[in-house]
Design a protein around this ligand. Sequence first.
Ligand SMILES: C[S@@+](CC[C@H](N)C(=O)[O-])C[C@H]1O[C@@H](n2cnc3c(N)ncnc32)[C@H](O)[C@@H]1O
Length: 254
Amino acid sequence: MSSLANPYEKFAYAYDRIMYNVDYPRWEAYINDLFLRDNHCPKKMLDLACGTGQLTMLLAKRGYEMWGVDRAEGMLKIARQKSEQSNLEIEFRQGDMRDFDLPQKFDTIVCTYDSINYMVNEQEFEVACRNVSNHLGMSGFFIFDVTTERNIVKHFHSQTFAENDQDYSYIWQNIYTYADKLCRTSLTFFIREGDLFRRFEEMHIQRIFEVNTIKKMLNKTGYELVSVYDMYTFSKPNRNTDRINFTARKVREL
Ligand SMILES: C[S@@+](CC[C@H](N)C(=O)[O-])C[C@H]1O[C@@H](n2cnc3c(N)ncnc32)[C@H](O)[C@@H]1O
């Protein structure tokens, strides 16, 4: 028997261990470098699709007033536990980037690590951009990254990853289709419960967006493009780019 779980609800169990090689301090430093380059001095920030709060906590330690929103309660539960253990005051809320509704406006909203790729078509992407804009003050920054088709085709398409640990195992299979630009990831987890392991399935779907589509959408939803960089650099994306970072400034109320 296997249970179908919503994306990241069970993945949350081992997310931080599976992502052990993600350099969050580097990511946090990069975001601060972007602020310096663009003379942006935020105080209040939202980490949208914050996951288990790895980046949110680093930003809070830097001194920003942090909020975190994610769709998966399983991820938020871990984020809350970790931030409490670190005595950090972070407001974590459950929400979907297409329709979250907070009683707050922010100076900056970040959405990192391919989370925007969970918008599976242009319409969803547009709705998310509008909703982010509704939560930004005028001149607020929206910083996000997208994974590229090259990254998916080279490192994920038709590939299976697996790991077998003491308390969990997983099998991670990916298929990308050029026609609809969708990467379908099927994740099977076996998580230890007492002497037995329970099996869970998750299906993740991510969409590849072209830079020009994103530029067009940002323009349509009231932003001015500040920069488009090959991730962690201040250079234009090139044909070897695996992830692209966008910085946009809100210039118009919708
Ligand atoms: C790859 S993880 C990245 C998490 C975190 N930003 C990090 O860097 O570790 C993608 C996250 O996006 C969240 N997510 C996916 N679709 C979402 C949506 N529509 N609204 C809000 N969060 C979403 C997932 O729950 C997951 O936590």
